[in-house]
Design a protein around this ligand. Structure first.
Ligand code: SF4
Ligand code: SF4
Length: 304
């Protein structure tokens, strides 16, 4: 199913109906097991996952986040290469979802946001350098999908409720805002550092490794977390995921909400001064270097 990404600008291609709707818009749609096109959409997938989608599916499959990502997802670049994304990985040499069975979706209660929304698409828009986004909706009409001919009318809000999307939207909101903000600030000058992409991937999707990371020495040398929060994020995956959004907001946009240790900041400044002095010495001896260090690297260096 050609589901459009919720963060994308409206109407990148057909079959999206070229109109933006509010939640009160009445649509005609029903999908059910007896329909002639049953499973057609799951045989041709292009589904971007949110962190909450990954969390639900990794729980459902009983796998660690790393194992789940390896088996069920494909990495791709979002926001013109500035952000690491993951999509559902189809069955090899096909476009069919690995979770599809003759009976339908084998992970139905934990299916991803895009599967729940279809044939509605969430269109989040925001102004430059603002976090507040506005939600609108579009309708996707594909020839193979017969659900639009079914005699059932309901509003988009009712459809979202039926599909359990309030919870998914709420848990994905902080992450969606990060992606939108990154898109609205324009592309990174030069290539984004590998480390920044790795860190985004870690905090967004690979929650079990992110938990180890925030419990580790290098993180705790830099960040000064209250003991209660430390325990919460070690014990509760939702808290950990939401903390990941805060953490990324801080490292990507310098919006500080996680206290840092004073001496860690001083040490970092001292290390930077030391590096700058070494660079100045090299430049004095051999002339300017062609490639300056990536701008982002300094922000992410503590993840070694
Ligand atoms: S997760 Fe389920 S609903 Fe989504 S594409 Fe796969 S089988 Fe279909
Ligand atoms: S009605 Fe649409 S969403 Fe439902 S199975 Fe058919 S193609 Fe998929």
């Amino acid at each position: 199913m050609d589901k459009i990404e919720s963060q994308d600008s409206p109407f990148p291609t057909s079959p999206v109906v070229p109109a933006l709707y509010e939640g009160g818009k009445v649509i005609q749609f029903r999908c059910h097991k007896g329909i002639g096109c049953f499973n057609a959409c799951c045989k041709s997938i292009d589904i971007t996952l949110t962190p909450y989608d990954v969390l639900r599916l990794k729980r459902r499959t009983g796998m660690t986040s790393s194992d789940f990502l390896l088996k069920y997802t494909l990495p791709f670049e979002m926001a013109k290469g500035d952000i690491a994304g993951v999509k559902l990985r189809p069955v090899e040499n096909t476009n069919q979802c690995q979770f599809m069975t003759d009976e339908g979706c084998s992970v139905y209660e934990d299916r991803p946001t895009a599967c729940r929304y279809y044939p509605v698409a969430l269109i989040s828009m925001r102004k430059q350098n603002e976090y507040t986004d506005q939600d609108h909706y579009a309708l996707v009409k594909e020839d193979h999908c017969l659900g639009h001919n079914e005699p059932r009318s309901l509003t988009i809000d009712e459809y979202r409720h039926e599909q359990g999307l309030e919870e998914y939207d709420e848990q994905g909101r902080g992450w969606r805002q990060l992606v939108l903000k990154k898109k609205s600030t324009g592309p990174t000058v030069g290539k984004p550092s590998k480390r920044s992409l790795q860190l985004f991937f870690l905090a967004s999707y690979d929650l079990d490794r992110f938990r180890e990371f925030v419990g580790g020495d290098s993180f705790n040398e830099v960040y000064d977390l209250p003991e209660e929060l430390k325990q919460k994020i070690q014990q509760d995956e939702i808290e950990l995921m939401q903390f990941g959004y805060r953490f990324l907001k801080q490292v990507m946009f310098d919006e500080t909400s996680i206290p840092m240790k004073a001496d860690a900041q001083e040490k970092r400044v001292a290390r930077k001064q030391e590096r700058d002095a070494v660079m100045a010495d090299i430049v004095a001896k051999v002339g300017p270097l062609d490639t300056p260090p990536a701008e982002d690297d300094d922000k992410y260096k503590h993840i070694d």
